[in-house]
Write a protein that binds this ligand. Structure first.
Ligand code: G6P
Length: 459
């Protein structure tokens, strides 16, 4: 059997708390198959001015981890720059936050070339290579330029925006053309697939063949949706851990007379966190029965804080939370509890289970795995309600959540009120339907269906 080689910028690090959905999902998925996982070490090395990062390898279970360091300049231009100040905002429909500094592109190309060179030295002829996310879009083109002939698939964990929005990236033609070096491109949702096909046929002159195959530049690539899932069994096991049970008990005790609403995100402008706080404020204003009762617990883990837009968001949120607590709070009740720290993953199931409402309200999100974790953590006899943004990729699958528009403050306040008062029978019915979908389309389904399609693609 061929070896699976996974490439991503971020790897799961057992020594540190999980940083986002990609690392968690890949970490759990790869433990099943074994293989090689290649990416950035997370370290910035000061003595690698030539850009040739040192290669470190170690094993974690059945997986060999091979990582390279980045130098300061590459970190700034590739990671903070092109990946997180160009691609991340544009792909999340935030042209207003994009910074098209010309220095960034050179760093992005340099690191993709560095990854290609380092990886090629580790490859076997019959490896199957699976590249992940927006940091590494041109990686297959760089590998092909070095003579690699293996099958290479790509999965984008974030949304793919409409064609005209993509066209705002000065190098969009080069970027999208590089997708033709892959045999298969996987996206999170059908909406993303239709954006990609439209871009390729209108902007890149591609011909659309059967089975969502696109032909241009003497190459054919198939584009399909593979919505990512969670490891349901693993998350359940985590829910049985002593930490999860202790967390559940202590939160339940503390909020025994209160209704808890929970949000867990990276502190990112795509997550709609200020919009959520405004909707919560509107809830307290419009429905005073929630005073002294509803409490919003928001855990926003620090993320990319050296990028300006993230620092701005942090200040905005601190102001908003201070204002709502000042306006509504009382000696024995603070409506918002905002924590700008990472909470240990093993406590997450307990927090989810202890909350009456899970608020997952991004302005745009590739999938959002917290939505799925919230559902799995619930007690099926007395489940909480998932309030989910229609702009999360997960909304295509999780139709039995209460779907909301996070830009509509009043509408979201009404939905939260409905969630807080939803009769038990309706909560159980929705929970059953959501759980069935999440269990069926779990992370193993995702990996297996992607790899089966990659194996079947014409090399
Ligand atoms: C999202 C991205 C991932 C990324 C994660 C955490 O989930 O799709 O590629 O790893 O955010 O962000 P960071 O910049 O810390 O890797």
């Amino acid at each position: 059997m061929s070896r699976l080689v996974v490439v991503s910028n971020r790897l799961a690090d057992p020594r540190k708390p999980a940083a986002g959905g990609l690392a968690v999902a890949l970490g759990e998925s790869l433990q099943r198959t074994g293989g090689l996982w290649f990416g950035w070490s997370g370290n910035i090395a000061d003595n690698t001015a030539d850009g040739e990062g040192h290669l470190h390898t170690r094993s974690s279970g059945k997986v060999t981890l091979a990582t390279v360091d980045l130098n300061q300049n590459d970190y700034e231009t590739y990671y903070e720059g092109y990946a997180n100040s160009v691609l991340w905002p544009v792909f999340h429909y935030r042209l207003d936050l994009a910074d098209f500094n010309t220095r960034y592109l050179a760093g992005y190309r340099r690191v993709n070339q560095l990854f290609a060179r380092k990886l090629k030295a580790l490859l076997r002829d019959d490896d199957i290579i699976w590249v992940h996310d927006y940091h590494l879009i041109p990686l297959a083109a760089e590998l092909r330029a070095l003579g690699c002939r293996q099958r290479i698939g790509f999965f984008l964990h974030i949304p793919l925006p409409p064609a005209l929005m993509l066209a705002a990236i000065p190098q969009h033609e080069w970027l999208m053309r590089s997708l033709f070096s892959y045999d298969l491109v996987g996206l999170q949702s059908e909406a993303d697939v239709s954006h990609c096909i439209r871009y390729m046929t209108t902007e890149a002159g591609a011909e659309l063949l059967a089975d969502q195959r696109l032909r241009a530049h003497n190459a054919t690539v198939q584009v399909r949706a593979f919505p990512i899932g969670i490891d349901v069994q693993e998350f359940r096991r985590l829910g049985q851990s002593q930490d999860a049970l202790d967390t559940y008990e202590s939160v339940r005790r503390e909020y025994s007379r209160r209704q808890l609403l929970l949000g867990i995100d990276r502190l990112d402008y795509s997550k709609g966190i200020p919009q959520r706080v405004r909707a919560f404020s509107e809830l307290l204003e419009r429905y005073p029965d929630n005073e002294h009762s509803a409490t919003l617990l928001m855990i926003a883990s620090p993320s990319r804080d050296s990028v300006h837009a993230y620092a701005d968001l942090r200040h905005e949120l601190e102001g908003l939370c201070g204002a709502i607590n000042g306006n509504f709070g009382d000696l024995d009740w603070m409506p918002v509890r905002y924590i700008h720290r990472t909470v240990a993953r093993r406590r997450v199931p307990g927090l989810c289970r202890a909350s009456r409402v899970g608020l997952v309200t991004p302005l745009r999100d590739g999938m959002n795995l917290v939505a799925k974790e919230y559902v799995v953590a619930q007690d099926p006899d007395d489940p909480g309600v998932l309030v989910l943004s229609r702009f999360a990729g997960a909304a295509e699958q999780l139709k039995d959540a209460l779907l909301v528009n996070p830009y509509d403050t009043q509408g979201m306040a009404e939905s939260i009120q409905a969630a807080l008062h939803m009769p038990l029978e309706e909560r159980q019915r929705r929970h059953r339907a959501l759980l069935e979908n999440i269990t069926r389309f779990d992370v193993h389904w995702w990996r297996e269906s992607f790899l089966a399609a990659l194996g079947a693609s014409s090399p």
